[in-house]
Design a protein around this ligand. Structure first.
Ligand code: AMP
Ligand code: MG
Length: 418
């Protein structure tokens, strides 16, 4: 399990910027070290544990890029088309290492190895076949055309996949092209997830008047699963310090991260803070971010703890900026900066300077097909529908106070955030 010092998330200032939060997490969370071996078919989404240098060049041999006729570039027609006798036929597949005779062409197909001595291929669409069976090749083709040299894609020995990469389908393809069957990856981190609040009932339970079904826990677990975590669903904890403390302490022994939602404000019925303090160490991060309220960060028995706010949108946004970097760092994954894409705003908005705001927006194409973003009409941090009917968040930096229609703003699509 992760072992962190109690005060690792201590923070001096009254308000923390989002960038500072990400920096503190990257500096103070230690990645897990356990490595396991998985088959290629199970490697998507896993974090690569070590660099992989190409054991062979890609492509492994020089081959034809098109169906056509291979020749030596020294024989290329100059000025006028020329007829060549066709001395052989090379389909794709195992080859006995054929060679071309001077002044001849060879029939060749896409992916077939180039015959010894040939270095240029005419596309079959560009040639004519004479009555005597010779092939008439036009002038003007440059030497080396339509050939894929060995190693043009990846040179042998090149460090093609590096440690910390979260494998995507195309990364798995490169490993397969190297002939690898298994990869060394970091073990999945184990995350315990709780909701807190006497007003919450699990879906399927009996909901009394004044209660609502717990939605955050399922949203958070789905987001954690997409980040490759192994999950323990530890249900709903009542607003009671002693039982919270007990549950947190038990969870800390078996997990790499504890995540809760709700109960981290400073009201009398917010008991998470006191519970964490009784079994570990807690700091409240007041982040200069909207939506979002204080996020609790702490350590219980060496295991990091994050307490997210209860309002669903605040929970979602703070997950992206605090939990996501923590999970990636713990998992041994290289941090991926969230780079907002420039798009045109189709809305007016005012904000205070000094804090970062995330505005829920949907994308639409204007009459020329150029994308623009439209703001969800309401702003409450409790509106789940605002996350359903939008495509992502517009990030408004600390310095911005006003957005006008037509202004270029930075857009983060949900697909890139989770
Ligand atoms: P809290 O952060 O505990 O003060 O909760 C703030 C608001 O979020 C309250 O209206 C809660 O009812 C609501 N809330 C807290 N936890 C959840 C949850 N797991 N699912 C849905 N709503 C929640
Ligand atoms: Mg509560």
């Amino acid at each position: 399990m992760a072992q962190l010092s109690d005060d690792c998330f201590a923070f001096g200032g009254p308000m923390m910027s989002v960038d500072e939060a990400v920096r503190i997490i990257a500096a103070r969370v230690r990645p897990i070290e356990d490595v396991e071996t998985v088959a290629l078919g199970a490697a998507d989404g896993r974090v690569l544990a070590g660099d992989i240098a190409a054991p062979l060049p890609l492509p492994p041999f020089t081959n034809a890029a098109v169906d056509g006729y291979a020749v030596a570039s020294g024989d290329l027609p100059r000025g006028e088309p020329e007829a060549f006798a066709v001395s052989g036929r090379i389909p794709a597949g195992p080859s006995s290492g054929e060679a071309i005779s001077p002044g001849h062409a060879m029939r060749i197909f896409t992916g077939a190895p180039m015959p010894e001595g040939a270095d240029t291929v005419f596309m079959q669409e560009d040639v004519q076949i004479a009555d005597d069976g010779k092939v008439i090749l036009p002038a003007g083709l440059h030497p080396g055309a339509n050939v894929r040299p060995a190693g043009e894609d990846v040179a042998a020995g090149h460090s093609a996949l590096t440690a910390g990469r979260r494998l995507r389908p195309q990364d798995v393809a490169v490993a397969a092209a190297f002939g690898l069957t298994h990869l060394n990856v970091k073990r999945r981190i184990r995350v315990a997830v709780f909701s807190t609040g006497n007003e919450l009932v699990s879906p399927g339970g009996r909901r009394a008047a004044g209660q609502l079904f717990d939605s955050n826990r399922f949203m958070l677990m789905a987001m954690l699963a997409r980040l490759g975590c192994e999950l323990s669903d530890l249900g709903i904890l009542r607003d009671d310090r002693a039982s919270l403390a007990q549950a947190l302490q038990t969870a800390a022994r078996r997990h790499d991260l504890i995540l809760t939602t709700g109960g981290v404000s400073t009201g009398e019925e917010d008991h998470v803070k006191a519970a964490v303090e009784s079994v570990g160490r807690l700091v409240l991060w007041r982040m200069a971010i909207k939506p979002g309220r204080p996020v609790a960060m702490g350590v219980i028995g060496g295991t990091p703890f994050i307490g997210l706010p209860g309002n669903p949108v605040a929970s979602f946004v703070t997950f992206v900026h605090v939990v996501r970097p923590t999970v990636l760092t713990l998992s041994g994954a290289a941090q991926q900066d969230l780079i907002p894409m420039p798009v045109r705003a189709a809305f007016t908005y005012s904000k205070k300077a000094g804090r970062r705001e995330y505005v829920r927006v949907y994308l639409r194409a204007d009459k020329n097909g150029v994308p623009e973003v439209v703001k969800f009409p309401r702003e409450g941090a409790g509106l789940l529908s605002s996350l359903i009917d939008t495509d992502g968040l517009v990030q408004l930096g600390e310095d911005i106070t006003q957005v006008e229609p037509g202004q270029i703003v930075g857009f983060l699509g949900y697909a890139n955030l989770i």
